[in-house]
Design a protein around this ligand. Structure first.
Ligand code: KG4
Ligand code: ZN
Length: 347
């Protein structure tokens, strides 16, 4: 069967995105980020996000079609994120997808946002060869999620462990806020950490009891950063700031890597992926590459352009779903929360 041609839309949080894909090959991917808009408020403001999706969505679709040199008559289906995410934000993408479906007769494929992230390391484009979506262990780390997922096949996901409180990206964002580094915190801390000493401050590593426990907890680490600032004041030099950032990042990374290694041994996976915004983190990538060499597994990480939210990953997931026979008549709905496991609890 020829690779399914999908027009994909993503608007679950603060990125408005559209992509044109053929199977897992990305012909065009356009992302309009609202990061600067929300930065002044220190986080995503849902009402503002919805309004900006509304302004951005049509230009983003036009741009993706133009870059791919594609017309609306060339597709097999329209893929769209149906959840989880901000309801008002999701509605913008879903309503446009429904409208396009009505106008063109193209069927819709509703995509789970996290399934999109799981597919992202396998996307290919002019610069990167596509992979095959085979069984593996995924570490999914973003602003809203920290999960170890045993991917047994398309739609067959076992969540082995997740965060009890803050997600990994959230921990970066909160630590950055405490240090006066702005939003989002991950990229800034990542940059400063490269200049600092990861052993300068002994921040806690929350292993939550036994090594076999695959849950994460990052709120204690955030508190430790607050206590450190209380006791020592804000770092007084760039070097002192870099040391705090490097020590904080080392604490997050060492817990993620330790849990991932236990999970990998447990499920016997030879392939490991990292996905989500935090998978861009250089410290995490380096530590995982070292673990891969030591433990003998293959590590696959998406190119940086597919780490954060984008529609190429939604298109890739829709193409896999389409090839597996998934078709959905409108209306596709929106869901604030949506379980990743098959059987999908919707809410
Ligand atoms: O996947 P994503 O774009 O959006 C969500 O679905 O949440 O992830 C955004 C998160 C933010 O918390 C941001 O601080 C974090 O990813 N992030 C990073 C890096 N780049 C983005 N965290 C650590 N290191 C980075 N280089
Ligand atoms: Zn995401």
């Amino acid at each position: 069967m020829a690779a399914p041609r999908i027009l994909a839309l993503e608007s679950s949080c603060d990125e408005t995105a559209c992509a044109v894909v053929e199977g897992l090959f990305v012909r065009a991917s356009v992302v309009a980020s609202q990061v600067e808009l929300h930065a002044q408020f220190g986080g995503v403001v849902p009402e503002l996000a919805s309004r900006h999706h509304l302004t951005a969505v049509v230009p983003v679709v036009r741009e993706a079609l133009a870059r791919a040199g594609a017309g609306l008559d060339e597709f097999d289906a329209i893929g769209v994120t149906e959840g989880p995410g901000l309801v008002g934000a999701l509605l913008v993408g879903v309503q446009l997808a429904r409208g396009l479906s009505l106008a063109t007769g193209l069927p819709l494929v509703g995509v789970h946002h996290m399934e999109g992230h799981l597919v992202s390391p396998f996307l290919g484009d002019a610069d990167t060869p596509a992979g095959e979506f085979v069984p593996h262990l995924a570490l999914s780390v973003s602003g809203g999620h920290s999960e170890l997922v045993h991917v047994q096949g398309l739609g067959r996901y076992e969540v082995l462990g997740s965060t009890r409180d803050d997600a990994a990206g959230e921990a970066f964002d909160k630590a950055a806020k405490l240090l006066g580094l702005g939003y989002p915190g991950g990229p800034v801390i990542d940059g400063l950490a490269a200049e600092g000493d990861p052993e300068a401050v002994p921040f806690p590593r929350a292993m939550l009891g036994s090594r076999e426990n695959l849950e994460f907890s990052f709120s204690g680490l955030k508190t430790a950063v607050a206590v450190y600032i209380d006791q020592h004041g804000q770092p007084s030099s760039r070097q002192a700031l870099a040391d705090v950032c490097a020590s904080f990042q080392a604490a997050v990374v060492s817990v993620l890597v330790a849990k991932l290694r236990v999970a990998r041994r447990r499920v016997g996976a030879s392939l490991v992926t990292i996905v989500g915004g935090v998978s861009a983190n250089r410290g995490l990538r380096e530590a995982l590459a070292a673990a891969a060499a030591k433990d003998g597994f293959t590590l696959r990480a998406p190119p940086l352009r597919y780490c954060g939210d984008n529609a190429a990953m939604i298109g890739g997931a829709a193409a896999l779903r389409w090839a597996a026979g998934a078709r959905r008549e409108p209306p596709v709905e929106v869901y604030a929360s949506l379980a990743l496991d098959e059987g999908r609890a919707r809410g």
